[in-house]
Design a protein around this ligand. Structure first.
Ligand code: BJW
Length: 238
């Protein structure tokens, strides 16, 4: 593969890429799902049953991200460099709801599981930027209705965002990278199979659930393996 040819790249990222920025993953031993149950905070049923508890869970995470104390790490910055210097398109499809790719300088980012610093009104559909706490009784700034505001995130049982664009990009890419994701959650875990014409590589701390589907793998902390892989791709392709 020639490094200078115009070939498109799709990068899937998960919680592992933000771990070294201080954000918890979900399924590691000390991860978020070791502290709270999915059924209590990450389903539409949980929100309908107990919106106060769900708001509390997301308010704490939003406050941490909005504090200005969480910064992109070398892996986020390396991917921004890849996008800036690679002659083809580089699309980052992130499962993460943090904004560390954007803070790191990436422009072409698709948040398939939503964004923590946005809220949506279930009544009028308006999506707005939001840095503060959210409560079950607040009024929508657009339609003024109360009780319809929720975090702009994708819970289990809901359709992830941007799927048509993601599948089109996977169909047309020549390199598919999967970074810092355990491969437990669909449809993201199936992207490697969809990227059938591409060279596929997993960059993770340890082999994921779908490790055997990848042609190439590099294991270690993202700040090391992603920066090294990006330098390799920019120097000589894959
Ligand atoms: C490091 C590191 C370091 C650590 N460096 N690496 C049966 C079969 C197939 C599917 C289903 C099924 N039953 C139900 C489903 C569907 C369901 C699903 O997948 N369930 C599974 C549990 C089986 N999926 C859905 O419901 C999705 N919607 C859907 O499918 O719609 C229908 C549809 C049909 C067809 C096409 C399209 C759609 C929606 C899923 C929503 C997920 N939501 C969450 C919460 C979002 C908001 C929030 O953040 O609170 O998204 S759950 C949580 O998991 C979050 C994450 O984005 C997601 C993935 O987690 P991730 O990123 O992989 O994190 P971890 O912790 O699992 O892994 C971290 C990895 O990093 C580990 O490997 C570490 O080793 C590594 N690591 N340190 C590098 N320093």
């Amino acid at each position: 593969m020639t490094a200078r040819a115009k070939q498109n790249i799709v990068v899937l990222t998960g919680a592992g890429i933000s771990k070294e920025s201080g954000l918890d993953t979900f399924r590691d031993a000390d991860g978020i799902w070791s502290k709270v149950r999915i059924e209590d905070v990450a389903t539409p049923e949980a929100f309908a049953r107990d919106p106060v508890a769900v708001h509390e869970f997301y308010n704490a995470r939003r406050a941490s991200l909005a504090s200005g104390e969480v910064h992109p790490n070398a892996a986020h910055i390396a991917l921004a460099k890849l996008e800036a210097e690679w002659p083809g398109d580089v699309l980052i499809v992130t499962q993460n709801i943090d904004n560390l790719h954007e803070q790191g300088g990436s422009r072409n980012v698709l948040h398939m599981h939503g964004e923590l610093l946005k809220i949506e009104c279930q009544i009028c559909g308006e999506i707005s930027n939001w840095l503060d706490d959210l409560s079950a009784t607040m009024a929508c700034g657009h339609c003024q209705a109360r009780g319809g505001l929720r975090p702009h995130v994708v819970w289990f049982g809901e359709m992830p965002l941007g799927m048509d664009r993601i599948y089109a990009a996977l169909d047309g890419c020549r390199l598919f990278l999967s970074i810092g994701t355990s491969g437990n959650v669909y449809p993201a875990a199936g992207f490697v199979a969809r990227a059938g014409k591409a060279h596929t590589a997993e960059l993770n701390l340890e082999p994921s659930e779908g490790a055997t589907f990848f042609v190439e793998s590099c294991y270690g902390p993202a700040t090391k393996v992603v920066t090294a892989y990006v330098e390799k791709v920019l120097a000589k392709g894959w």
